[in-house]
Design a protein around this ligand. Structure first.
Ligand code: PMP
Length: 358
């Protein structure tokens, strides 16, 4: 007998690189290029030293109340965690417990299969259509639950509320988790699954402060669902670690939600940069889906994505490349400031020209 035979052996999720010390243009982890609302820094500075010696509120009540008021739901419908990764992991552990396979798209957030493996939840993927959209009919089957992001990652494609509802309606016997990490960037017509909550007790909508609220470093995520679902989630969380969210994160989250004008202003700015970048990339021979998130998923008609990825990295421009079936000729490029996008576009233009000449 070897002790290593008893180890929980997992293949971990690979997060995007966080280069330190090198001056790079970082467009690889969908971070927001702008600072959080000014009130966030203010709130953090106001924390008194003696507050740090106490445990934070394990229920994160003040933040939950603030989010409940913002979304027009009850506090008992809100669950918070250390980024939406923590919230999603807790939700997998809580709701995907039937022994039947859970379902998610073949091209999607690459943490889902990692959690499924970690928690020994059987899973099956459902192939997206050729254009990377979801066919809701694929989810009309007896299963252990469903999870998908909307907009999807890494494609950026937004599904309509009808498609989302069709999936939820088809699965009254299982939890359906809609991961809305990027929904704030969906703009006009981007309807959240929150609008369905009143009608479906089995629907959980997961959100994050990491992207649209520029707070990836604070690790704030939350879920909204029926009171019943949230109570089950709380029970699992309190069976695992009571003090998940630290005090500064709870305070920072509240301050962010309180400044709606700043939030909307930055969203408009980012969406406008995204749309301009789409036009420019189109001019350079890139094809892409109509991303409604804060990243673009692009492929070039002549140059392999891997080659571009490496050339960009060499030039200090970090984007994301996934060596995976169906998407290994795409780059995922986060939307940064106008200046960062100009540097990227100028590099690509030069590179494409240089390649034609040689
Ligand atoms: N869901 C999706 C689809 C994501 O892309 C990410 C970011 N990696 C997350 C959830 C998790 O983000 P966070 O833990 O920072 O909230």
């Amino acid at each position: 007998m070897n002790w290593e035979e008893n180890v929980r052996n997992v293949v971990p999720y690979t997060p995007g690189e966080q280069p330190r010390g090198r001056d790079v243009i970082k467009l690889n982890t969908n971070e927001n290029p702008y600072p959080p609302a000014p009130g966030v820094t203010e709130a953090l500075m106001q924390i008194r030293p003696e507050e740090y010696s106490l445990y934070p509120d394990p229920d994160a009540d003040a933040l939950r109340e603030c989010l409940a008021a913002y979304h027009g739901v009850g506090k008992e419908q809100v669950f918070t965690g250390v980024g939406s990764d923590d919230v999603l992991a807790m939700a997998f552990l809580t709701f995907f417990n039937s022994g039947k396979p859970i379902l998610f798209p073949d091209v999607t957030y690459s943490f889902y299969d990692v959690w499924a493996e970690l928690f020994r939840i059987p899973y099956e993927t459902r192939a997206l259509r050729e254009d990377f959209t979801i066919d809701p009919k694929d989810y009309r089957t007896d299963c252990g639950g469903v999870v998908f992001p909307n907009p999807n990652a890494p494609t950026g494609i937004l599904e309509t509320l009808d498609t989302v509802e069709e999936i939820v309606r088809a699965n009254p016997g299982a939890a359906v988790i809609v991961d809305e990490a990027y929904i704030d960037f969906a703009g006009i017509g981007g309807r959240s699954a929150l609008d369905l909550l009143e009608r479906y007790e089995n629907l959980l909508v997961v959100r994050t402060f990491s992207k649209s609220r520029s707070l990836a470093g604070m690790r704030i995520g939350y879920a909204i669902g029926s009171e019943k679902m949230i109570a089950y989630l709380q029970d699992v969380k309190f069976s695992f670690n009571s003090y998940t969210m630290n005090l500064p994160s709870q305070r920072a989250g509240i301050a962010s939600v309180q400044d709606e004008a700043y939030f909307q202003k930055r969203l408009r700015q980012l969406i406008s940069t995204r749309e301009r970048t789409k036009r420019e990339l189109g001019r350079l021979g890139f094809a892409f889906s109509d991303s409604r998130s804060n990243f673009l998923f692009v492929s070039h008609d002549e140059i392999p994505a891997k080659e571009l990825f490496e050339a960009l990295k060499e030039a200090g421009i970090y984007v994301r490349y996934f060596e995976k079936p169906r998407i290994d000729n795409y780059l995922r490029i986060s939307v940064g400031t106008d200046e960062a996008m100009d540097t990227l576009l100028a590099f690509l233009e030069r590179y494409i020209e240089g390649r034609k000449e040689s």
